[in-house]
Each structure stands twice: as structure tokens, then as C-alpha cells.
Write a protein that binds this ligand. Structure first.
Ligand code: SAM
Length: 200
């Protein structure tokens, strides 16, 4: 696997600024924290507040060390999005790849559509999208889960397909997409950013 380009998160946040997003006023949530040093620490100082969720308690000390001003919660994010009463203006989904959690989860698919309930009326989603998954041919469960989620052949997703797919998902859940863009992290995975407003 190629290393992730940390410059990608900088370009992504710069891109949001170019679209007029005032990130200094935003309450951000990172749903898959790990130790917070791959990309969260890069943007932590650019948002007003940051909450980080991570399932593995072994990462908690490093998370607190790397993100001293963040609120840290050790929890299953996919369960937590269904029960929290909190709402966020920036929702970051740096999900694991393939199928995990003994087959319960795949990429970020189980977050949708529930994750829309934790979005403020104006919110930005920043999610990992895998346009050309490495090793998919040899991983049938992953391939099937992608086919079911996206509804198309899962091996190579066009950028235009991905942006319109998440736009339609937002629309079906009461949110209009104001703008969106993709930033490659490596030759497989990109950040997809989409900014939404809640329909009345
Ligand atoms: C790609 S890493 C995140 C990297 C992190 N964003 C950073 O910048 O360093 C994915 C993380 O998701 C965590 N994870 C997996 N399933 C989870 C779940 N259901 N809820 C919360 N975290 C989970 C894994 O333990 C792993 O630490």
C-alpha cells in the first residue's frame, strides 16, 4: 500500500476555505481517530472545537497526547452516531478499508444514512472514498458490499459518479449539496468533501 500524502489534508482544508467555509467557527467530529497523527493533528488547530471517537482503547493515550485540546471518546462510532444528541458542523470519516469488525462493517457504508442525523443544518462532510480499491478482486465479501452500497460494478468508480452518488444520498436525507470536490490521497483513495444545507 502506498503511503498517504499528508499534504492532501492541507489541500483539502485550503479547498474548503476557497469555497468560503469559515472553519474557525466549526465544531468538528473525527469518527475514526486511531492515534490522531495521520491527518487529524494536521487540521486540529484550524477548527473551533474537535471531538474524536475511536473504538480501540489502546489508542487513547496517544490520542490525548497528539490532540491535547480535543474531546476524546472511546466508542463504536457506528453505534454512537445513532444515539448521540450532539450535532457537528464538520464530520470527518477516515474509515478503515474493506470489511472489518467480524463482518459487521465495510468502509463507511453502515454510517449511511444515520450519519445525517448528527449534521448541523449547515455542515461539511469529509469522507474517505476508495475509487480503485487495491486487492478487491481477491476479496469477494468486500466486492459484494461495495456493489450493494454503490449499486454499480465496484472496481473503478469515476469521480463524477462518486460526487453525484453522495449528492443523491444527501438529497434523499433532506440535505442539499452546495458544493463538493475530491482530493486524491494516493492512487486509490481520495477525500470527498461535500457541503450541505438542511432543506426546510
Ligand atoms: C484509518 S484509521 C484513522 C486514522 C486517523 N484518522 C488519523 O488521522 O490518524 C481507522 C481507525 O478506525 C478505528 N475504528 C475501526 N472501527 C471503528 C468503529 N466502529 N468505531 C470507531 N473507530 C473505529 C480503528 O481502530 C482505526 O484506529
Amino acid at each position: 500500500m502506498e503511503p498517504m500524502d499528508k499534504g492532501a489534508i492541507v489541500r483539502t482544508f485550503d479547498g474548503m476555505g476557497c469555497h468560503g467555509a469559515d472553519l474557525t467557527a466549526v465544531s468538528a467530529l473525527e469518527l475514526f481517530g486511531r492515534e490522531g497523527d495521520w491527518h487529524t493533528a494536521v487540521y486540529a488547530s484550524r477548527v473551533q472545537s474537535l471531538e474524536v471517537w475511536e473504538i480501540n482503547p489502546a489508542f487513547e493515550p496517544a490520542l490525548r497526547r497528539n490532540l491535547p485540546s480535543a474531546k476524546i471518546r472511546i466508542t463504536d462510532s457506528i453505534v454512537e452516531v445513532a444515539r448521540t444528541q450532539d450535532r457537528f458542523g464538520l464530520i470527518v470519516v477516515d474509515n478503515p478499508q474493506a470489511v472489518y469488525a467480524e463482518g459487521r462493517y465495510c468502509e463507511h457504508f453502515e454510517l449511511f444514512p444515520t450519519v445525517f442525523r448528527i449534521a448541523q443544518p449547515r455542515a461539511i462532510f469529509l469522507i474517505n472514498v476508495n475509487l480503485r480499491p487495491y486487492g478487491l478482486e481477491a476479496n469477494r465479501p468486500w466486492s459484494e458490499r461495495r456493489r450493494n452500497f454503490y449499486g454499480v460494478a465496484p472496481h473503478a468508480l469515476a469521480p463524477e459518479f462518486v460526487t453525484s452518488f453522495y449528492r443523491a444520498l444527501a438529497a434523499a436525507n433532506g440535505f442539499e449539496t452546495r458544493w463538493s470536490f475530491l482530493v486524491p490521497r494516493n492512487s486509490f483513495i481520495s477525500y470527498l468533501v461535500f457541503s450541505v444545507t438542511k432543506n426546510h
